[in-house]
Write a protein that binds this ligand. Structure first.
Ligand code: SAM
Length: 667
């Protein structure tokens, strides 16, 4: 557990002060006593890009749900410790009959190197096997900072035809207008109070040395100038039981500030890697990550943004539900739930089936509407791959890793119960909650099966569309499952990427290139790492010359990386989409969409790539666990990457790397 969790302390002041309306300098200060405050009154950073979606400011209690709706990727099983909770867990399915998965080999594209023994990966939680559970936090003073921010609304979602296009209008204008108006007035008054409070607090704390100052124009911090501790000081600090939480907080802010203007602010005798090294060590201890994962996630973002990401992982995401259009319409569902005392709103224009729940006086996972299958408790991010898949009536669809069925039931609804959905999951125990959800939501076009996904298309192929919502590390859902912070090692990422590469080729091979209406594969993960996303997709492009990336149809989300830390990916990777908690107020997620064309002659080049999918290969060329087979490895091609990787690691440790002997790889 990190300092931050241990002390249940408020979030560090936002580091990106430009987003704040009030003087960032003043807002950056904190009272030391607040560090031990359990009152859940920490300021929650508003996600970026939210100007349009600014919270209407309704008085909203937090609603937390422990449901059978979703797995670790999509569920609500992890209950935040900062909300008053009551949990009455009841196991629906207690059996644990995971099957051993056999080794397979069936690929006509000669990717035999991927055919290691099948691993029964199950990175989903068992929590979804519990009775749906809703925990309602009691309302405290409805400070703006305590309300769950809205999910980023963007352009409309055209992915399904329905008679609900004007629903949102009707809900907000007709059903909710009066209520909204009163709440808005109240919220406006509260907002004014909040601003006043913050200004007052900032004024009172002007001399506090916990100053966060990222302002370009500011050159000096108040109080003592920051000095990076020496190695000896750090050793003494850890001998004395680790740093004081104030010290860590201040040091993190200062390191970020210095790294932002290194030439100007750094001590002349200290290198950039020393500052980074200190910051990483503080991030690990403050947020409670293992060193490996802290660095891996840190590398994804510019320095200040990385802190925003780590901060966002400490805050629960909004509770959202998906209307099951096989049973009801969104406006009818909204009205029924409003009548029960649920405060909700449409999520945003990008989905016409989503509702965000702000507060509820009834358990959201046990209302009559829930039990009758009128909705699914589902994270907003998990709508995205199905919107991208865009299944059309009468199609044959494979959901290759489907339990507990959030996306399967969404697909079935978009098919309007026509066609057929094969809902597969390798974990047999998890298919029970999958079947339960399929029945509850009235999906009549779903066949549930339990194969290792790598057995497709041998089991059955010729699909119009395939969704591979792949087993992953869950680095996008740390706010729900904080165990990810400590239980993921380098080897886990190697093994996962290997499995994902195997599965994605099987997903592609399961699609019929002759499909009249489809011919698409959507690959998604609830992870933000490049190893599990762009690297896997790029691998598939290289291994299957008959596929190309196409637009996901999702009108928000950041572009996928086309290059990352020395790796250069196919330029079409920019068509893939990344979603982040600190940007979109959603779980971290990744979506890629492929079009599968007829198979032509396979070019030799596509199969002779240096990156091979054997257990034991790590992206940058290190052999982690050479367990099974000899690895086809292009030494010459990979030498610069290996060397660059070594140099980076040395630099991160504050060591001076030797001069380059090979050509520098692209950054
Ligand atoms: C991210 S979860 C899927 C969530 C699901 N798509 C949903 O929306 O509810 C990943 C799933 O992959 C399954 N899985 C793991 N290894 C697999 C394999 N080799 N073949 C098929 N499924 C696998 C896990 O049991 C887990 O249920």
């Amino acid at each position: 557990m990190g300092h931050r969790a241990k002390n249940k302390q408020p979030a560090p002041q936002p580091l990106d002060v430009k987003q704040s309306a009030i003087s960032s300098k003043k807002l950056g200060k904190r009272k030391a006593e607040s560090l031990n405050d359990n009152s859940n009154s920490r300021p929650v950073k508003r996600p970026k890009d939210q100007s349009e979606s600014k919270q209407k400011g309704k008085k909203k209690k937090k609603v937390l749900v422990d449901s059978d709706a979703e797995g670790s990727a999509d569920g609500w099983e992890d209950v935040a410790d900062n909300v008053e909770l009551k949990i009455q867990a009841k196991s629906l399915f207690s059996t644990n009959d995971d099957e051993e998965l056999d080794e397979l080999g069936m690929d006509e594209f000669s990717d035999d190197e991927l055919r290691g023994p099948a691993q029964a990966f199950d990175f989903g939680s068992d929590a979804e096997d519990d009775e749906p559970e809703v925990i309602i936090g009691k309302s405290k003073k409805s400070k703006q900072s305590e309300r769950p921010a809205k999910i980023i609304p963007t352009a409309s979602d055209n992915s399904d035809s329905s008679d609900q296009s004007d629903e949102e209008e009707r809900i907000t204008m007709a059903n909710m207008a009066a209520r909204s108006k009163a709440l808005d007035e109240q919220a406006a008054a509260e907002d004014a109070l909040d601003v006043e409070e913050m200004q007052q607090a900032a004024f009172n704390e002007e001399d506090d040395d916990d100053d966060l100052d990222m302002d370009e124009d500011e050159e000096e911090t108040d109080g003592e100038p920051f000095r990076l501790p020496t190695r000896e000081e750090n050793e003494a600090e850890s001998k004395a039981g680790g740093p004081d939480v104030h010290v860590v907080q201040r040091r993190m802010r200062e390191c970020v500030r210095v790294l932002g203007r290194f030439k100007k602010l750094a001590e002349k005798s200290r290198s950039r890697s020393e500052y980074i090294s200190q910051l990483l060590s503080d991030i690990s201890s403050y947020y409670g990550y293992n060193d490996f994962l802290a660095e891996k996630l840190f590398q994804l973002f510019p320095v200040a943004e990385a802190i925003e990401f780590f901060e966002a992982n400490e805050v629960p995401r909004p509770v959202t539900i998906r209307t099951n259009t096989l049973r009801t319409r969104r406006r009818d569902l909204a009205q029924a739930l409003i009548n029960r005392g649920v405060n909700l709103e449409p999520i945003g224009k990008w989905t016409n089936v989503g509702l965000q729940v702000f507060e509820s006086s009834v358990p959201i996972g046990a209302t009559p509407e829930y039990l009758a299958g009128h909705y699914m408790l589902q994270a907003a991010s998990s709508f995205l791959p199905v919107i991208a898949l865009s299944p059309q009536p009468n199609e044959r669809v494979l959901d290759m890793a489907s339990a507990p069925g959030g996306k399967t039931t969404h697909i079935a609804a978009l098919l309007q119960n026509t066609g057929i959905v094969f809902a597969n999951d390798a974990n047999k125990a998890r298919t029970k909650s999958l079947s339960a959800n399929v029945h509850r939501l009235g999906c009549k076009n779903v066949v549930v099966c339990s194969y290792d996904g790598r057995e497709f298309p041998k089991v059955i192929g010729g699909f119009d569309r395939v969704l591979l919502d792949a087993p992953c590390s869950g680095t996008g859902v740390i706010s729900k499952d904080s165990s990810v912070k400590v239980n993921k090692s380098e080897r886990d990422f190697t093994l996962l990427a290997h499995l994902q590469k195997q599965l994605i080729l099987c997903a592609i091979d399961s699609v019929s290139p002759d499909s009249k209406t489809g011919g698409y594969v959507v690959y998604s993960t609830c992870s933000v790492t490049v190893d599990e996303n762009e690297s896997v997709v790029d691998y598939a492009l290289r291994k299957r010359p008959n596929v190309k990336l196409v637009d996901t149809g999702l009108e928000f989300g950041r572009e996928g990386y086309t290059k990352y830390r020395g790796k250069i990916f196919n330029s079409s990777l920019s068509l893939t989409r990344r979603f982040y908690p600190h940007v979109h107020n959603m779980d971290g997620f990744y979506v890629a969409k492929f079009k599968v064309e007829k198979r032509g002659k396979i070019s030799k080049a596509s199969d002779s790539t240096a990156e091979v999918g054997l257990i034991g290969i790590e992206e940058e060329g290190e052999q982690i666990a050479p367990e099974k087979e000899k690895i086809a490895f292009d030494d010459d091609e990979d030498r610069p990457y290996i060397e660059e990787s070594k140099r980076r690691r040395m630099k991160a440790k504050g060591l001076k790397p030797p001069p380059r002997t090979t050509v520098k790889v692209a950054a």
